[in-house]
Write a protein that binds this ligand. Structure first.
Ligand SMILES: O=c1ccn([C@@H]2O[C@H](COP(=O)(O)O)[C@@H](O)[C@H]2O)c(=O)[nH]1
Length: 275
């Protein structure tokens, strides 16, 4: 999917919501365990109930890999379902990959060609030659970890190097890489006070913002400096939506939570005169 198509979807749905598909067999409603693939049934019900309220889904691969081959199969079925039934949806493999060049190319092939995701999260730590292989795939997007939402982000990412901080160095440097327009960045909603500085460095790139809902981040705070003329934000919530209920009405409850976030986003777009 191109960035222009993503922006069109955001404008049409008045939503820049990304829903995290992080299924946990211990948390999904018990009645789903009667199915051969409970994780896929869970995801399918959540997707069918929420697709009109969001523009992206983000399965975190850890929640599939932990179940071995069965889990990988559930991931494969989920992405196929999204691509076939809702091709207008932007898909994000939250896999946090990145390795020496030839290995990164294999990761990129796995997620962009084999599974046909639109984007993947990548750790910047190994530098330019570990990221550029992902950027060479047409109409695919690389979402670089910049300033993550967890407490440990303060261990390295906000530490001063000689005259800057590590996360700013990631932003500045990656801007110079080949096909950098295909870069997006992860910035945690729990780090709202950093968005002004971040937008000064990367005014145009999309930011994937996890951390609202279960981690306590605020849509309003993120939007204050995070929104740009092309919206430029995908705000993610996983547990806050998919585990709104563990009863048979879980999909309806998920829809209600997704709708609350969509309405907040619509309000922000109006407030910032973007739509
Ligand atoms: O900085 C980051 C990067 C990734 N994540 C991932 O996003 C979701 C958040 O889930 P919630 O349930 O909404 O807290 C999850 O997959 C994380 O691994 C992040 O939270 N922060």
């Amino acid at each position: 999917m191109t960035t222009t198509q993503l922006i069109e979807q955001i404008r049409k749905k008045q939503s820049f919501l990304c829903i995290g598909l992080d299924p946990d067999l211990d948390k999904i409603p018990t009645h789903l365990h009667q199915y051969e693939d409970p994780i896929f049934e869970f995801n399918k019900a959540i997707i069918d109930a929420t697709h009109h309220l969001c523009v992206a889904y983000k399965p975190n691969t850890a929640f599939y890999e932990c179940y071995g081959i069965k889990g990988w199969k559930s991931l494969e079925k989920t992405i196929q379902y999204l691509n076939n039934k809702y091709p207008e949806i932007f898909t994000i493999a939250d896999a946090k990959r990145g390795d020496i060049g030839n290995t990164s190319t294999r990761y990129a092939k796995a997620f962009f060609e084999q599974l046909n995701f639109d984007s993947i999260t990548v750790a910047p730590y190994m530098g330019k030659d570990s990221v550029e292989p992902f950027l060479s795939f047409k109409n695919k997007h690389t979402i670089l970890l910049a300033l993550t939402s967890n407490e440990g982000a303060l261990d390295f990412q906000t530490q001063n190097t000689t005259d800057t901080t590590l996360y700013k160095m990631v932003l500045e440097k990656s801007k110079t890489w080949k096909n950098a327009t295909q870069l997006m960045y992860v910035v945690g909603a729990t780090k709202a006070e950093y968005f002004k500085e971040i937008r000064n460095i990367v005014p145009d790139n999309f930011l994937l913002v996890p951390g609202v809902g279960a981690q306590g981040g605020s849509v309003e705070e993120v939007c204050k400096y995070g929104l740009n003329k092309n919206i430029g934000l995908l705000i993610n919530s996983s547990r806050g939506i998919i585990y709104a209920s563990n009863q048979s009405n879980f999909a309806v409850q998920a829809q209600i939570e997704a709708q609350k976030l969509q309405q907040e986003m619509q309000l922000e777009l109006t407030k910032h005169s973007i739509i």
